[in-house]
Design a binder for this molecule. Structure first.
Ligand code: LLP
Length: 385
């Protein structure tokens, strides 16, 4: 039996909770990205932090996307998935020596460097290894992404990037360090951005910075605008694919690239969020004085986004046709924040029903923890079930 795109009968024979990835939707999403951001002038790197399910990674690698990594572990996973090193970029405010060496050893495309101190270390390690590290300076553009403050990264108050006032002097330093080669400028203003204006503001800021650097005789071959394109969490069925057309159009229209410059993107959520669903079983329905609680076997250890960012994920009861009632859907963890949604209308629910927590493909499984000594959630794809 199917409901929407979900194979309910196959779900019923699996231990819950588990993640389910729709590879057909992922494939269609990747085709749309490739159509809207054609190479050679656009390079899209998948932000590994969003989801590293092996089948998902394989599909992304086969589509030809590069990888945006933020740890040695992610570099290893990208290489293991078959993503070529020349398509790997590596960012992060705190790169450890072993991680830098791993990147150098594998000749990754570039290090997105965030401070003078880090540049000195990359230069020293590259010298030891007889290598030259390609560098993109991660600039903090001070552009407001107008998203949740926990996932805003490009403001002066955030720890990320090099302050705008220091970019020129740091670029000069890179030129002086013999084992570094300055190739690019890197930016990332935040995540789950659905209004295109912040991206437009970023373009304007990049144009200014490029002009200031040109005055100093500095020119780079690569501009990396990071990720951040949001998805529609409210209507996963009507809007299963993010607005890539509108997103890439902003950069085409407002960013003044210099001759031969390559434009890089680091998209995570918009690539994988819609294709992932957390499937959970109802353990109990409890009537309180004012509320009805649906207690499920998935918790904030499986999907932390509602607890951490007050994020909304649509929930569907896959096995009930009973008239709607109002519920709080909660997990079993010993924390009051372990709530998926409050005061939510859902088909009349009973013990044993299967619920689909939608749009959970990004920052779901990768952020799972073993708090309360719970088991990590399993995962399946549409090829498995
Ligand atoms: N590039 C950099 C440098 C980043 O820091 C991020 C995400 C991305 C690219 C990918 O951004 P995306 O296209 O996925 O928006 N855990 C949070 C999101 C944290 C995002 C961190 N950085 C959440 O669940 O909403």
């Amino acid at each position: 039996m199917m409901k929407g795109n979900f194979p309910i009968t196959a779900f019923q024979s699996q231990q819950t909770p588990f993640y389910y990835y729709d590879l057909d939707l992922l494939q269609r999403t990747l085709e749309e990205i490739k159509a809207q951001a054609p190479e050679p002038h656009f390079h899209v790197h998948y932000a590994m932090k969003a989801c590293v399910n092996p089948a998902v990674l394989k599909t992304i690698c086969e589509a030809g996307l590069g990888a945006d990594c933020v740890s040695g572990g992610e570099i290893e996973a990208a290489l293991a998935a078959g993503i070529p090193p020349e398509r790997i970029v590596y960012a992060g405010v705190g790169k450890a020596d072993w991680e830098i060496k791993l990147g150098l050893h594998n000749d990754i495309y570039c290090f997105n460097a965030e401070s003078e101190a880090e540049l000195e270390v990359i230069n020293a390690l590259a010298a030891e290894m007889g290598k030259t590290a390609r560098i993109a300076l991660r600039v903090n553009p001070n552009v407001d992404a107008h998203t949740h403050h926990y996932i805003t990264t490009g403001l002066d108050e955030n720890k990320f990037g090099i302050d705008l006032s220091q970019v020129g002097q740091v670029a000069v330093l890179v030129k002086r360090l013999p084992n570094l080669k300055l190739v690019g400028l890197h930016f990332h203003i935040g995540s789950q951005i659905t209004d295109m204006v912040p991206f437009q503001n970023l373009c304007v800021r990049i144009n200014e910075i490029q002009e200031q650097l040109a005055d100093k005789g500095i020119r780079v071959s690569d501009i990396n605008v990071g990720g951040g394109l949001g998805i529609n969490y409210e209507h996963p069925n009507h809007c299963p694919i993010a607005d890539f057309e509108g997103y890439f159009k902003v950069f085409r229209k407002h960013l003044q690239l210099r001759e031969g410059q390559i434009l890089h993107f680091e998209l995570g959520r918009s690539v994988v969020a819609p294709c992932g669903t957390l499937i959970t079983k109802v353990l109990y329905v409890k009537k309180g004085r004012y509320k009805q609680f649906v207690i499920v076997d998935a918790g904030m250890t499986d999907l932390i986004r509602p607890a951490l960012y007050q994020a909304f994920h649509r929930i569907e009861n896959l096995t009930s046709k009973a008239p709607e009632e109002i519920y709080d859907v909660v997990g079993p963890i010993c924390e009051s924040t372990d709530v998926f949604v409050k005061d939510y209308p859902m088909s009349g629910t009973r013990r044993g029903d299967l619920l689909a927590i939608r749009s959970a493909g990004a920052y779901g499984e990768t952020m799972a923890s073993r708090y309360n000594l719970r088991k990590l959630p399993a995962s399946y794809t549409s090829d498995d079930l």
